[in-house]
Design a binder for this molecule. Sequence first.
Ligand code: 3HC
Length: 285
Amino acid sequence: MIRKVGVIGCGLMGGGIAQTCAQSGYETIVREVNQEFLDRGMARIHSAWEMMTNKGKLTQGQLEENRSRLHGTLNLEDFADCDIVIEAVLENMEEKLRIFPALDRIVKPGALLLSNTSSLSVTQMGAVTKRPDKVCGLHFFNPAPVMKLVEIVRTISTSDETISTVREFALSLGKTPVLAKDTAGFIVNFLLIPYLIAAIRMLENGMATKEDIDTAMKLGCGYPMGPFTLLDYVGLDTTLWAAEAIYEEYKDPLYAPPPLLRRMVTSGMYGKKSGKGFYDYTKSL
Ligand code: 3HC
């Protein structure tokens, strides 16, 4: 039975995942690398709950319960009694390959170790633990508390029992799970990344303005956001890492990151979270 959930990373995705778990009734502990990042992530979750309370989506009692179920820490040792741990740190394999063996040592036997990676190999993460049968991907979408989909990513070592527990867990979070093999990009990013890259290439080639491309895809296809608004929302850095990971696996030019994307990331233009991407958010920060 899943009672306590651990989340590694309290950034945009980790924070959203921790929020989702705590508001779904799980005792939740979330870890960051320093107090400043932890405070910032926790503040974002608390203000989302306040916004939900103001909108009448949470009662004052539920707000208090959610708050009491969520704990922040800087210490991985606090994850020892978790039943499920979801890793949501930066998309950097070296970092993930440090975290998985550490978790494997600390977290009780029988607990499941999941990764929210959007395109890196979950098989590799499982292989550095002594419990690869209990390792799989659980990929959330931004904003995690709102988006209904999760991708459950199965490696060649993941057991049927793990998949079935994770499926039940996903349903208990109010999500609709789909099952994907551990291939770069899984389902969504395999289709989404070439679309976003094509939009950037259109802009590089001067085929239309970013505003017109956004309007066209919103109104012409009924998408909630046009590609440039979505790129800024997801993060240009995250998009670049995903594109690189899929390109690395298939060497298909469809996934080759366009020069403009690389240069924007090099310049710290990550999108909404850094205040500037294809659009300017500095006034709303
Ligand atoms: N917690 C709880 N509720 C939240 C929330 C949060 N953190 N953030 C937003 N909400 C709620 C709002 O309160 C609002 O609720 P209401 O409808 O009851 O008032 C609802 O979500 C919608 O939010 P907004 O009214 O602020 O804004 P929009 O109606 O414009 O919707 C959106 C925002 C849901 C982000 C919508 O524009 C959308 O679906 N965009 C596309 C997002 C998308 O495609 N995400 C996937 C990206 S790919 C990815 O993440 C994978 C990665 O690996 C790259």
